[in-house]
Structure formats: structure tokens, C-alpha cells
Design a protein. Structure first.
Length: 484
């Protein structure tokens, strides 16, 4: 072999080595930095509060006088302290529900908190909550219902302009927002300035949502925009808090919109989507979204909330839990106990990663920078990866001694896109490999996939990543034993 041939071989070898130590190419679509931070919040709260609270209603008609809104001991700090104790990272507040009553002193309509007895008309509940969030380190989001059953102009172009101007007030007066909510309640019967009639609109075009979304992007560029079709995040398609086990963080842009009747894609996403739009699972801690005294005994238990967590966050979505405020203006003790108990339960079940002291081997590794050490270092920005062209691989976890397990957590490094289409998990029973006794499909992973299964005792666990959209990028593996 001559010297030139040797040189060429060396150069080719070095080039191949360098290629495999570079990060894998992103597989589009990918999330923005703000979308990644939004999903890493995992759990956050919703608060429904307003005239409905005092009238024992869910959807106000729009004809109640402002005087009905009169909480006696309102304390936003109490809300935020409890939510923070419950592990919530933020709170989304109903600045205006379908009845049209605005909980900030807007200049755009008289139907607002300044006309109520609360603080002799000097209250600003959006501002008070924003201040409490800043004091206690929670992030703030806002919900402004597009439907307004009070406004006489609803159904005309004048209301669309009013709606955009209301958003401008909210987007500019209360500091940074992590999420803004556009829901699909689009027209029907209402007061409408005394007309008391039914008005229908085209939810796809009436609100000029492209202009509204552009307004959010201009004034709150780090806010994630929620609606059925995103663009920031999407409704999961139900109010039970459940995403499908197969859940892609992508949608085909433009196919879904607030109020869309085509909901079959919402729990699963589109595997061929071109817009990153992860799912958000919204559910109330009570049967209703507003506080009703007769529901005090119907608050979901910590175990029920934990089950929802596993089917929302554990299915590559976020968990938005509604905790309504009562007539006094406080979170009820039953709700408080439930959400704090839920947080303690989940923390107990998922805090001790038994894989950290185990040996992990991979059937393929991209290079030292992407080794299996990244899988248990608790660092979101490190990950194990496979070489280009390798879209299936096996990870084998070997414990120092037979270990009892009943939880498994897998995470993909989503800044480079969602990849895994299918995987399988097996455990060694002392003689042979057995499939993990899991009662749900093992298809997608995404930001997080959590599996629950009956307790097994094993010295080895095998994760077979069977199919993916490109080289594998896994940034965390956790194995746990939860008390049963």
C-alpha cells in the first residue's frame, strides 16, 4: 500500500469519525426554544373565576349585572402559594369567559371589574394575580374567550376589532406570559346587548386568528399559543386529561382551527405533520370548571390526579389542571389538599431513579459525546445518539442485584425533533427475556413516555427501539419502584 493510499484512508477515517461526533441533523419540524421550555413545565394550573362562581353556573348568559361579582376574602397569594406547593410551574387565568365579563379594568367595555363592588371598583384581578406570580415565582398565562354573550356587536366586524384590542391590553399590561388561550366556543344564544338571540359565526374566519396570532408573536414572543390547531400547542380533543399512547407533537398546518369538528387527530397528532404543535391535556379537579359548593365532595383524589398525569405528561403532553376559586375568592381546602397530595404522590413515585447505579449498554453509539452516560445524568441537554443511518437499537440496563420495578420513563431530545415510532421493553426472568406486562401500545416517546406495569423483579431490562424517523436521540431513562 503506497503512502498516498494510506493518507486517503486516514483522511476518510478521520472524516467519518468527525461526522459521527457531530450532533445528528434535526428532523423537521422541531420546537422553538419557547415550546421546549413550555413542555418542560409539565404541570400547570387553570383558574376559572367570575360571575359564574356567584351564580352557580358554568356558561353565563351575559346578562348578569357586574354587582354579582363580590368576593369577600379574595387572596391571589393564597392561590399561588398553594399551586406552587402542588408543584405547578404556572397558572392560566380566565381574564374573560363566554359571559363577556372582564376581570381587568378594560377601557373597551363597561362590562368589567371596575363596575363591581370588589375593592369599590378599583380592583384588577389580572394585575393582582400577575403580581402574586412574580412574588412567588410562577409563570402567568391568560385565557380570553373569543365568544362574548354580552357584547351587542358580537357577530360583526366591530367585535372582531374589539377582541383584538382586548388582547392588546392583556398582552402589554401584565408582564411576560407563558401561554395564551384561544378556545373553540364559537357563538350560540346570548344576551348580546339585550337582543337575547342566537348568533352563528364561522369560527375559522370570523376572529381573524392569523392577525391575532401575529399580535401575540409581536407582543409576547415567548408565549405559546393554544388552540385546537395551535400553532404553539393543541387541545388534546377531550376534557378528561388523556392523550393517546401514540402521540405525535406535530400537526399538518392549517387543517385544524378553534372549534374544528375534525377532532380525530387531536389526541394523536399527525405523524407526517409539518408544524410542531404538542398536545395540552386540560381537565378540572371537579366535575365543573367553575366552583360549585355541591361539588365539594366530588374533588378528584390524589390517586385520580396521578392517573391523569401518567396519561398526559406520560403520553408526551402537558397537564393543565383547573382549580376553581370559590365565592370568597380562595381555593377550597378540599382542592388544596388534593393537588398537594397529588404532587407528593408523583414526587414519591418518580424521584428515585434506580438506573443511575446500573450499567447501561447500547448496541450502537454515535461517539463519546453521545454515550449512554447521558441517559442518567439528569441533564436535559445531553443525550445518547446513534450514528447516521441507524434508526433502531437496543439499550440493556443491568442492575447490580435483582431489582423490583413498576415504572419506566423514556425521553427523547425533542429540540432535534420527535423520532421514535415504535419500541418494546423486555425483562430477564432468570432464564429468558419476557415482554414487559404493559397494557398500552409502545409506539411514540416524544418529550416523555411513562409506563406503569405490575411490579417485576429482574436484574436486566432491555429497551428495543424498533423504528424511528432517523438516528435515535434519547436524553433520559428512569426506572422506579412505586408503592402499590
Amino acid at each position: 500500500m503506497n503512502r498516498m493510499t494510506v493518507l486517503l484512508i486516514c483522511m476518510a477515517t478521520i472524516g467519518l469519525a468527525e461526522a459521527q461526533t457531530r450532533p445528528p441533523e434535526a428532523i423537521l419540524p422541531v420546537p422553538s426554544a419557547a415550546q421546549v421550555e413550555w413542555q418542560r413545565m409539565e404541570t400547570y394550573a387553570f383558574i376559572h373565576f367570575g360571575p359564574n362562581t356567584f351564580l352557580d353556573q358554568e356558561w353565563g348568559y351575559g346578562d348578569a349585572g357586574p354587582s354579582v361579582f363580590n368576593p369577600s376574602h379574595l387572596d391571589c397569594d393564597q392561590w399561588v402559594r398553594i399551586l406552587k406547593q402542588a408543584g405547578m410551574k404556572g397558572v392560566i387565568f380566565t381574564a374573560k369567559h363566554h359571559d363577556g365579563f372582564c376581570l381587568w379594568p378594560t377601557r373597551l367595555t363597561d362590562y368589567n371589574i371596575s363596575r363591581s363592588p370588589y375593592k369599590q371598583g378599583r380592583g384588577d384581578l389580572v394585575g393582582e394575580l400577575a403580581d402574586a406570580c412574580r412574588r412567588h415565582g410562577l409563570r402567568l398565562g391568560l385565557y380570553l374567550s373569543p365568544w362574548d354573550r354580552h357584547q351587542a356587536t358580537y357577530g360583526t366586524a366591530a367585535y372582531t376589532e374589539l377582541y383584538h384590542r382586548q388582547w392588546e391590553e392583556l398582552l402589554t399590561q401584565y408582564g411576560p406570559l407563558f401561554e395564551v388561550w384561544f378556545d373553540g366556543a364559537n357563538g350560540g344564544d346570548g344576551y348580546y346587548g339585550g337582543a337575547r338571540e342566537t348568533r352563528r359565526i364561522d369560527g375559522r374566519t370570523y376572529y381573524d386568528l392569523p392577525a391575532a396570532f401575529a399580535q401575540v408573536n409581536r407582543l409576547q414572543p415567548d408565549a405559546t399559543i393554544f388552540s385546537d390547531g395551535g400553532p404553539g400547542c393543541r387541545w388534546v380533543g377531550n376534557e378528561r386529561g388523556h392523550a393517546d399512547a401514540t402521540n405525535w407533537s406535530m400537526l399538518r398546518a392549517g387543517e385544524l382551527y378553534p372549534g374544528t369538528p375534525h377532532t380525530e387527530a387531536l389526541p394523536t397528532g399527525h405523524p407526517d405533520g409539518n408544524q410542531w404543535t404538542a398536545a395540552e391535556c386540560d381537565v378540572s379537579i371537579r366535575p365543573g370548571w367553575f366552583y360549585h359548593e355541591h361539588e365539594d365532595s366530588l374533588v378528584k383524589t390524589p390517586r385520580q390526579l396521578a392517573d391523569i398525569f401518567y396519561q398526559s405528561v406520560g403520553h408526551n403532553a402537558t397537564f393543565l389542571l383547573n382549580v376553581p376559586v370559590n365565592k370568597e375568592g380562595r381555593i377550597h381546602p378540599a382542592d388544596s389538599a388534593a393537588i398537594v397530595g397529588f404532587h407528593e404522590l408523583i414526587t414519591d413515585e418518580l424521584s428515585d431513579n434506580l438506573s443511575r447505579n446500573a450499567r447501561i449498554r447500547a448496541s450502537a453509539t454515535r461517539g463519546r459525546q453521545f454515550s449512554v452516560k447521558a441517559l442518567t445524568d439528569n441533564d436535559f441537554n445531553t443525550y445518547w445518539a446513534t450514528p447516521d443511518g441507524i434508526s433502531h437499537a437496543t439499550l440493556t440496563i443491568t442492575f447490580h442485584h435483582p431489582t423490583r420495578l413498576n415504572r419506566l420513563r423514556l425521553q427523547e431530545y425533542i429540540p432535534l425533533g420527535q423520532r421514535v415510532k415504535s419500541f418494546a421493553v423486555d425483562f430477564w426472568d432468570g432464564r429468558q427475556w419476557q415482554p414487559l406486562p404493559c397494557d398500552e401500545p409502545t409506539t411514540t416517546i416524544g418529550y416523555t413516555r411513562l409506563l406503569r406495569f405490575p411490579t417485576i423483579r429482574t436484574k436486566r431490562l432491555r429497551i428495543r427501539l424498533l423504528d424511528a424517523r432517523g438516528p435515535l436521540c434519547i436524553n433520559e431513562i428512569g426506572t422506579y419502584l412505586a408503592e402499590e
